[in-house]
Write a protein that binds this ligand. Structure first.
Ligand code: NAD
Ligand code: MG
Ligand code: MG
Ligand code: MG
Ligand code: MG
Ligand code: MG
Length: 329
């Protein structure tokens, strides 16, 4: 895989362009401020009643209502939550796109699943930092960057790649390294990762381990520390040194017990079910389900949120975390 660094990207590509960043949330504030400090002409597009309007202005950025920003922008980066992008695009962005403009995303869902169908005479690409917005911003101010992915969906100008790399440089990505992917690959792996491993898999693993200990008569506080609280230490070790690095740092007892028992918790059947989840992502069943869930007002999501809030692990966790001054509220 080729990695692109500062020397592979030229900010001059954006010299006479205006970049409109739509949304000023997690990713939006980081992209807008990093680009601004890289010398790019950035404006921010928000709803008239947006609570972020003042924040963006106080940070020294020019803010316009979304459709006005889209009209002024040569590049329009959509950084509002994925489930609202289609409506905002159709109402405020699409009517303001001109030939030669570029439409940018930080996640491929809406393009890959045909929720947003852009006109053929513009460039469409993705620049996606592989980290949350506050990290993208903080690391940039410290002189470094968060690695980014980029993907070209549509190259009407013939120069979409140069523009994408310039944008990635502006947000600090080329300081760390930028990798190329496709909208399909980014979208499908992102959904699979959060469902099977990061959010879904990890949460169920933690909650089930907690339940097993509590049902066996152990104190819920102790079960919380063992199954949830300590996970952070383990994940930090993996993040820094991989799975082997984690096993190096824990005791030999933990290492032997982990190797010999982990494969009994996550086995071939788990892998089969993971493959099934991937198929539902690939064939669009998940996207279809999630789009309908939104249309119906999120009945299942609301129910699952309520069920979780009533789980003992949440109640005991709330009490224990209140003892930990260092955790940001
Ligand atoms: P977010 O929830 O932080 O963004 C919210 C912002 O969107 C608000 O500040 C508001 O300005 C704006 N907004 C909300 N509803 C709106 C509406 N109806 N009309 C206009 N503006 C509206 O979103 P985010 O997490 O920064 O995600 C933005 C994009 O970045 C998504 O495509 C997401 O998949 C992608 N992404 C996010 C992360 C992350 O770490 N959060 C990482 C990589 C990619
Ligand atoms: Mg425009
Ligand atoms: Mg992801
Ligand atoms: Mg995601
Ligand atoms: Mg222990
Ligand atoms: Mg060891």
């Amino acid at each position: 895989m080729k990695t692109y660094y500062n020397g592979d990207a030229d900010l001059d590509v954006l010299k006479d362009k205006t970049v409109a960043v739509i949304g000023y949330g997690s990713q939006g504030h980081a992209h807008a401020l990093n680009l601004h400090e890289s010398g790019v002409n950035v404006i921010v597009g928000l709803r008239e009643d947006s609570s972020s309007w003042n924040d963006a202005e106080e940070a020294g950025l020019k803010v316009y209502e979304t459709s006005e920003a889209a009209a002024k922008g040569d590049l329009v980066m959509i950084l509002i939550p994925d489930q609202f992008q289609k409506a905002v695009y159709e109402e405020s962005i699409e009517p303001n796109l001109e030939e030669g403009n570029a439409l940018l995303f930080a996640h491929g869902f809406n393009i890959h699943f045909d929720q947003i169908v852009p006109p053929e005479n513009i460039d469409v690409f993705m620049v996606a930092p592989k980290g949350p917005g506050h990290l993208v911003r903080r690391v940039f101010t410290e002189g470094s960057g968060v690695p980014c992915l980029f993907a070209i969906y549509q190259d009407a100008s013939g120069t979409a790649k140069d523009t994408a790399l310039a944008y990635a440089k502006g947000v600090g990505g080329t300081r760390a390294g930028v990798l190329e992917t496709t909208f399909k690959e980014e979208t499908e792996t992102d959904l699979f990762g959060e469902q099977a491993v990061l959010c879904g898999g990890a949460s169920e693993l933690v909650a089930t381990g907690f339940e097993v200990l509590v049902e066996a008569g152990y104190q819920p506080e102790i079960a919380y520390f063992e199954c949830l609280h300590e996970l952070k230490l383990i994940v930090d070790l993996m993040y820094e040194g991989g799975i082997a690095g984690m096993y190096y740092s824990v005791s030999d007892t933990a290492e032997y017990g982990g190797f010999s028992r982990g494969t009994r918790v996550i086995d071939k059947d788990t892998k089969k079910r993971m493959k099934n989840i991937l198929e539902e992502v690939q064939n669009g069943d998940f996207a279809h389900e999630w789009i309908n869930e939104n249309k119906e007002g999120l009945p299942n999501l609301k129910k699952m949120r309520k069920d979780l809030s009533e789980h003992q692990i949440e109640k005991v966790g709330k009490e224990l975390r209140s003892m930990m001054d260092w955790i940001e509220k």
